[in-house]
Design a protein around this ligand. Structure first.
Ligand code: RIB
Ligand code: CA
Length: 303
């Protein structure tokens, strides 16, 4: 059982990843922290509350703590065109749940201090909250077992510019700080996430069964394929990061020192110097096993 905090900017693929995390018997979700990115902080936080209430009920004990609405410098460039209106095309009921009284940074620090074992952070959006938490409490480095990050692009083109993947591009300064922090990082980038996807033609029942989770997963994918006629594959970016936190063996990784370009021309580019270092860069993935993990965990859950 891994004790985790999920830092997220839901986001359609974040939503599938959150379903997996909540449903997984191998993860204890101690909290969800929200960050701007795919959508405004207001939208990502509202989406996170709606998702937690839908998945875990109005009495859910999973805290949702609000984080950063902007990167360490400048502003986020949101991706509503990718994720839909309000950042999640599917509209869930307005939540009764409210954000936790702590901020995202405070919740990460609090749960790291209270966790029986070392805490893992699964980071699915820009790394602003994680960098701020590490900066506020340097001793957090010893309290975190690992940060599993969806982000980066090494031997493949980026998805925001030819050089940069979205999460890193949106806050390259935060990413640079997290990769240099000394906390073990598993970096799940486009090199592997673009190899895991759900195809338009294999719907409309991408997720089997009648559970609330399966129904929501199918609604999310149907909405994205309907809204984006150009989309043939729904990439499992964030779901693969959660799958890797559950079963690290689905990835082949290489240790590296990873630097992040922050200048204007190649902002967000990630450069790996392989050999040693605290960052494990994912260079391979067991695609059938990973996709089956996503399918089974999204299809699980209560009816
Ligand atoms: O590049 C893909 C990443 O950016 C995913 O986390 C997606 O949700 C967006 O945040
Ligand atoms: Ca995300």
């Amino acid at each position: 059982m891994r004790t985790v905090i999920v830092d997220t900017d839901p986001g359609a693929d974040d939503a599938l990843a959150l379903i997996m995390a909540v449903n997984s018997p191998d993860l204890q979700v101690e909290g969800i922290t929200t960050v701007g990115g795919n959508a405004t902080l207001s939208d990502t936080t509202d989406n996170a509350l709606r998702l937690v209430e839908y998945l875990d009920g109005k009495q859910s004990a999973i805290p949702v703590a609000v984080g950063a609405g902007e990167p360490l410098r400048g502003s986020f460039t949101h991706a509503y065109h990718v994720h839909g209106s309000e950042g999640l095309g599917v509209r869930l009921p307005a939540p009764a749940l409210r954000p936790h009284g702590m901020s995202a940074v405070e919740l990460i620090r609090d749960r790291a201090a209270k966790s029986a074992g070392p805490l893992t952070v699964i980071a699915l959006g820009p790394l602003t909250n994680v960098a701020a938490a590490l900066e506020s409490r340097p001793d957090l480095v010893d309290a975190l077992a690992e940060i599993v990050v969806m982000g980066g692009a090494f031997d493949v083109p980026g998805n925001v510019t030819p050089h940069a993947e979205f999460n890193i591009h949106e806050d390259p300064w935060a990413a640079s700080a997290v990769f240099a922090s000394g906390v073990p990082v598993t970096l799940v980038g486009l090199d592997v996430t673009r190899r895991t996807s759900m195809h338009r033609r294999s719907g409309p029942r991408w997720f089997a069964g009648t559970s609330k989770s399966a129904q929501l997963g199918n609604r999310i994918l149907a909405d994205r394929f309907q809204e984006r006629s150009d989309l043939q594959e729904f990439y499992l970016h964030d779901p693969l990061a959660v799958a890797a936190a559950i079963d690290p063996d689905i990835l082949a990784c290489r240790p590296a020192r990873v630097s992040v370009v922050t200048n204007r021309d190649e902002r967000g580019r990630t450069i790996a110097r392989y050999g040693d270092g605290t960052v494990k860069v994912a260079v391979g993935v067991d695609v059938p096993r990973a996709v089956e993990m996503v399918r089974s965990l999204v299809s699980a859950g209560r009816a």
